[in-house]
Design a protein around this ligand. Structure first.
Ligand SMILES: NC(=O)C1=CN([C@@H]2O[C@H](COP(=O)(O)OP(=O)(O)OC[C@H]3O[C@@H](n4cnc5c(N)ncnc54)[C@H](OP(=O)(O)O)[C@@H]3O)[C@@H](O)[C@H]2O)C=CC1
Ligand SMILES: O=C(O)[C@@H]1CCC=N1
Length: 273
């Protein structure tokens, strides 16, 4: 892939996961800077991955061809306002990973016809297993779209969405989703501990079952997930009994409501930030 000078504004969980995935995947660390007010996170990234640790957002962004906005949505207006007064964004590619901040808002904050791609990544990018949704306004060039796609493909899989609302739907299905699976795994580990298993064995059982199930889904694209579930479920057996309880207690409906709540929150944030 093409290599450009990238400035990450924000060095937290998500920026760190992308930086790690990029460098582990062979992107030159020397071309990556991470910028944040306190040294804690950015210095840790510099030490571990060899990227540059910076404290001056504007200087860092000014020197880069690609600026990744990776601060919390509620800080975006303040951070972009300060950047706009000191940095000329024409000719730069801006990538936002923030939930709930629209292209229209970024254009108001940083300049009209901003060359921007919105990315909705997730933290498994850290281990090269990310899933990112991408959206770009139609005027963004094919070269910048291709660069962004290749960048995120180097830390996982990607999916373009045609309209911007698709980013909110990607949040529900992928951006936030690792936390759903972690909650499920946490609950399973806790029950195994209640059953008397030590924490390390309880975790191993749950972790291996989860990663094995995910690997099976990935390895069987021609088989529906429902069919994979049925192959585990012997008639009158233990799985059927467990699934009966989950269905009686409306797990599928809970999942659907939770995803709808994530989308609704992203829409609220679009009005707020
Ligand atoms: N976490 C996730 O799973 C996902 C997050 N996102 C999006 O990523 C963005 C970041 O989230 P996340 O990484 O979780 O947040 P974190 O709180 O982990 O990181 C935020 C980072 O922003 C830095 N920061 C705070 N103020 C400034 C400032 N004025 N200038 C520059 N940097 C600043 C913080 O600095 P310091 O290191 O000094 O604290 C920190 O490094 C959000 O917009 C979120 O919507 C998207 C998809 C998934
Ligand atoms: O919780 C959030 O708002 C962010 C976006 C997706 C994952 N974390």
């Amino acid at each position: 892939m093409q290599h450009r000078n990238i400035a990450f504004i924000g060095a937290g969980n998500m920026a760190g996961a992308i930086v790690a995935g990029l460098v582990e995947g062979g992107y030159p660390a020397d071309l990556i800077s991470v910028c944040a007010p306190s040294a804690t996170h950015r210095d840790a990234l510099a030490e571990r991955y060899g990227v540059h640790s910076r404290s001056d957002n504007a200087a860092c962004a000014a020197e880069a061809g690609v600026v990744v906005l990776a601060v919390k949505p509620q800080l975006m207006a303040e951070v972009c306002g300060a950047l706009r007064s000191q940095v000329d964004f024409s000719g730069k590619l801006v990538l936002s990973i923030a939930a709930g901040v629209t292209v229209e808002r970024f254009c108001a904050l940083l300049g009209e016809q901003l060359n921007i791609v919105r990315i909705m990544p997730n933290t498994p990018s850290l281990v090269g297993k990310g899933m990112s949704g991408l959206y770009a306004p139609e005027y963004v060039t094919a070269e910048d779209r291709d660069f962004t796609a290749a960048l995120m493909e180097s830390v996982g899989k990607i999916c373009w969405v045609e309209d911007e609302h698709g980013i909110n739907q990607v949040i529900a299905a992928a951006g936030s989703a690792p936390a759903y699976f972690f909650l499920f795994m946490e609950a399973m580990q806790q029950e195994m501990e209640r059953q008397g298993f030590p924490a390390d064995k309880a975790r191993l059982l749950v972790q291996q079952a989860a990663s094995g199930a995910a690997a099976l889904v990935e390895a069987s694209p021609e088989v529906s997930i429902g069919t994979l579930r049925e192959r585990v479920t012997s008639k009158g057996g233990t799985t059927a009994e467990a699934l009966r309880v989950m269905n009686e207690q409306k797990l599928p409906e809970i999942v659907a409501s939770a995803m709808q709540a994530a989308i609704a929150r992203a829409q609220d944030m679009e009005k707020q930030f």
